[in-house]
Design a protein around this ligand. Structure first.
Ligand SMILES: Nc1ncnc2c1ncn2[C@@H]1O[C@H](COP(=O)(O)OP(=O)(O)O)[C@@H](O)[C@H]1O
Ligand SMILES: [Mg+2]
Length: 284
């Protein structure tokens, strides 16, 4: 079982190494990186190339660890008990009917090995990672309501992603294999764009990439545009049939690119960029 990248996903050598290391160690792979650097897609692609179903758990600020294990739906049970004619009251007697299985339960009891994605773990409160330590370590947990131990038949391949909004606890980090997806350099980015737009004219791509990295390297930006924003922008440039000249001025000076709203997402950043263009033009 080895991951070697895929047709739809450009994986650098060190990323492939990290994926395979976590498979070998049987530890969760913790993937960090700026939003839009392909963390979620990595889990999807690895699962697909290894032929495993992927169970996804998208974390929100209100998500609790227990929801990944199971929840006991006491309200439905009470309601059913008040309308005793449901199945002649049979349903109410069996507590299993009111246990809502979470992703970890599903992953642990699946017949075939599965991949499990815990996406954007840094969205939850600080207790969340700690609350999952034991379950991810031992690959088992106890359901008190039904008095059963849920134990993994096959160890799932676990991916955990983080956008770095919060620090994760040390005890949690110790149990993971860690990889930081660096922002792609120009070569890697060309390959990524190529996957999405195989027929894009190379002059347009070169000009667009230059503008993109110029914008990205602007000091003081609040939110740097990422891979997915570059892809959105290219899609628009193609759809709107923007000519090459609109992207590059003859003297190679910076200008405000067309459809800049795909790249810069707040007014301060747009203003900053316009100021820079203005200063550039005065210095001619
Ligand atoms: N290495 C890559 N190869 C191919 N496409 C990529 C790559 N990295 C990012 N993308 C594109 O960027 C989009 C955003 O990726 P995503 O996995 O959602 O980022 P993240 O989860 O890190 O925020 C993807 O849908 C994909 O189109
Ligand atoms: Mg994501």
């Amino acid at each position: 079982m080895k991951f070697q990248g895929s047709e739809n996903y450009v994986a650098t050598q060190d990323l492939m190494l990290a994926v395979n290391a976590s498979i070998t160690l049987k530890r969760p792979l913790l993937v960090k990186g700026e939003p839009g650097t392909g963390k979620t897609m990595l889990a999807e692609e690895v699962a697909q190339t290894l032929g495993m179903p992927l169970l996804q758990w998208h974390i929100k600020s209100t998500t609790k660890a227990q929801q990944g294990l199971y929840e006991y739906d006491a309200v439905s049970r009470l309601r059913d008990s008040q309308m005793a004619d449901v199945d002649g009251g049979e349903r109410v007697k069996n507590i299993h009917n009111y246990i809502v299985k979470g992703v970890l339960w599903q992953a642990f009891t699946s017949e075939q090995p599965v991949a499990l994605l815990i996406d954007e773990i840094d969205k939850a409160d600080i207790e969340f990672p700690n609350d999952l330590l034991r379950e991810l370590d031992r690959m088992e947990f106890y359901c008190y309501e039904t008095r059963e131990l849920i134990k993994a038949r096959n160890r799932p391949l676990v991916f955990i992603t983080s956008n770095n909004e919060k620090e994760l606890p040390d005890a949690f980090l110790r149990r993971c294999f860690f990889h930081y997806i660096k922002f792609p350099d120009a070569d890697t980015m060309k390959k990524i764009v190529d996957v999405h737009f195989p027929t894009l004219k190379s002059e347009l791509l070169t000009a667009a990439m230059k503008t993109f990295y110029d914008v990205r390297n602007l000091p003081g930006l609040k939110k740097k545009p990422s891979t997915s924003e570059l892809l959105d922008w290219l899609k628009l440039l193609v759809a709107e049939d923007i000519p090459l000249e609109a992207l590059q001025s003859a003297d190679n000076k910076v200008s405000v690119p067309p459809l800049v709203g795909a790249l810069l997402k707040n007014e301060q950043d747009v203003t900053l960029f316009e100021k820079l263009v203005f200063m550039n033009q005065r210095n001619r």
